[in-house]
Design a protein around this ligand. Structure first.
Ligand code: GLU
Length: 503
């Protein structure tokens, strides 16, 4: 067994705030932590940063855990599994933060600040008027111990600030970005404890990282500006400063911030939209990391072996939904037919397309259909939708298809000829249907597409899908003939242009 306390054991953490669903950016950061832990036989800690009681919810907490379980990203220590350094929810660690605060206070490293919000606002305004960057005036910095004690005893609301160096620089050693230098004048004596008697994010996070023996803090780039403060805080607390790695942001294709208007952004939404967990996890790897040699499809094990924190990109990753769908199609093809059938069965049942008491032949037919569509669908819902024409009449047709294939003087007559030609195909198999169609094409002296495309549109309502002859064999002779004739009727009666088109 690994000794998880040994000095050289890698220990990383992902620390979501349960204020919403797990965003793709968070999932990616968590996955990079997980990969790093796994490849170093280290420990991955899931910590819940729920100090903000107003915004944190139990539902969000449960959903985050569920999203990770679905993605099969597991943790070694965390709120549900426990561990040596728990509890792993910040809301249960108040006494720990309090103890550390008291220690810093006794050591004179933090001081109470009695400035009122109005005073602070006024200071800010004055600084702005002078054209200076607003920073804490230092009003309470030099109060004597006696003054502090008297005001505290009087019950004056107090926040606590960390005494920070106001000259020199603080350097953040970042594994991805190299050394990043910050001027200490920027640090300010920042607040570690609020007047409502709760720790700030900075304080709770550093205390936890230290007491949970986190060796590497791998987190989102937006936290880089917090890190010099954290370095100073770790030092004040007398703890070893962990190593840092700030992973790049994820931008929308137009390089704006990725948001709802770009489609699904939370793990839960991807799941609802039929993205498979193995495809999403694979995609997460590509958000800021390039496995090299044009490799894009990698299993979790392969990802563990190729991942390299030092080679994570510094620049923002651009979200590419097409790539995700492409990966999804790949993993969908790889899934055993039985698991795909299982995954779509209840949906098919709800639509009234299948039922539990089906005959062997019917069941075999459904398997053939699902297997054919599994080859080409990008997602499970798309797969289900592409089965519609096998269970329901085709009542509307692709608008572009109508213009291209039905609005021709000879269209209806050709569809009728095709329907008649199918009469003699026995048995009605892919090979036999194709042979009969090829004969008819030769007889008519047309290009294959001139018969094949209108036929497909008449039979399925759409212009794409599996090979036409496969489609025809799956539909069976009677349905093919009826649909070809029905489409011919509609073309002749001119009803297609009047609202039967699907745009
Ligand atoms: N709870 C913080 C967040 O969700 C954690 C940041 C960190 O990793 O330190 O952004």
């Amino acid at each position: 067994m690994t000794d998880t306390t040994a000095e050289n054991t890698v220990r990383v953490r992902f620390a979501p705030s349960p204020t919403g669903s797990l965003h793709i950016g968070g999932a990616r950061t968590a996955y990079f932590n997980w990969l790093f832990a796994r490849q170093h036989q280290g420990v991955f800690v899931l910590r819940i940063d729920d100090t903000d009681q107003k915004r944190s919810t139990e539902a969000s907490y449960q959903q985050i855990l569920e999203s990770f379980r679905w993605l099969e990203i597991d943790w070694d220590e965390g709120p549900d599994v426990g561990g040596e350094y728990g509890p792993y929810r910040q809301s249960l660690r108040h006494h720990i933060y309090n103890e550390q605060l008291n220690r810093l206070f006794d050591e004179g490293k933090v001081y109470p600040c009695f400035c009122t919000p109005e005073q602070l606002a006024e200071d800010r305004e004055n600084a702005q008027k002078r054209g200076e960057t607003p920073r804490y005036s230092g009003r309470c910095r030099h109060l004597s111990k006696a003054q502090q004690a008297r005001r505290l005893e009087n019950g004056e609301p107090a926040a606590y600030r960390l005494r920070c160096p106001d000259t020199g620089t603080t350097i953040v050693h970042d594994i991805i970005r190299g050394d990043v230098e910050f001027q200490n004048t920027e640090l300010d004596d920042f607040i570690v404890w609020k007047t409502d008697n709760t720790p700030t994010y900075h304080f709770a996070s550093c205390v936890d990282d230290a007491l949970m023996h986190i060796t590497h803090v791998i987190r989102a780039e937006e936290h880089l500006s917090n890190t010099p403060r954290h370095v100073v805080l770790f030092e004040a607390l007398g703890f070893t400063v962990p190593k840092f790695a700030h992973v790049p942001m994820i931008l929308a294709p137009d390089r704006s911030k990725l948001s709802k208007r770009h489609g699904a952004t939370s793990v839960e939404e991807y799941r609802e939209q039929g993205i498979l967990p193995e495809a999403l996890v694979n995609y997460l790897l590509l958000l800021g990391f390039s496995p090299g040699e044009d490799r894009e499809v990698l299993s979790q094990d392969e990802a563990v072996s190729v991942f390299n924190l030092e080679r994570v990109a510094k620049h923002a990753a651009v979200y590419d939904v097409k790539k995700l769908e492409w990966l999804n199609a790949h993993y969908l093809r790889k899934r055993p037919l039985d698991t795909v059938l299982q995954a779509v069965w209840s949906d098919l049942e709800q639509r009234g397309w299948v039922e539990s008491g089906m005959s062997r032949e019917q069941l075999a037919w459904v398997r053939t259909l699902v297997s054919a569509m599994q080859e080409r669908a990008r997602t499970l819902p798309e797969l289900v939708e592409s089965l519609r024409c096998y269970f329901e009449d085709v009542t509307d047709f692709d608008a572009k298809g109508i213009r291209k294939y039905f609005e021709k003087p000879e269209a209806a007559a050709r569809l009728r000829l095709a329907a008649d030609a199918l009469e003699t195909v026995l048995p009605f198999t892919v090979v036999n249907v194709e042979q009969r169609y090829r004969e008819l094409i030769a007889q008519l002296g047309v290009k294959a597409g001139e018969l094949i495309h209108p036929t497909r549109l008449a039979l399925t309502g759409v212009t794409g899908g599996p090979s036409l002859f496969e489609v025809m064999a799956m539909l069976g002779r009677e349905v093919c003939q009826a649909r070809l004739r029905a489409a011919a009727d509609k073309i002749e009666n001119g009803v297609l242009s009047k609202g039967e088109a699907r745009s």
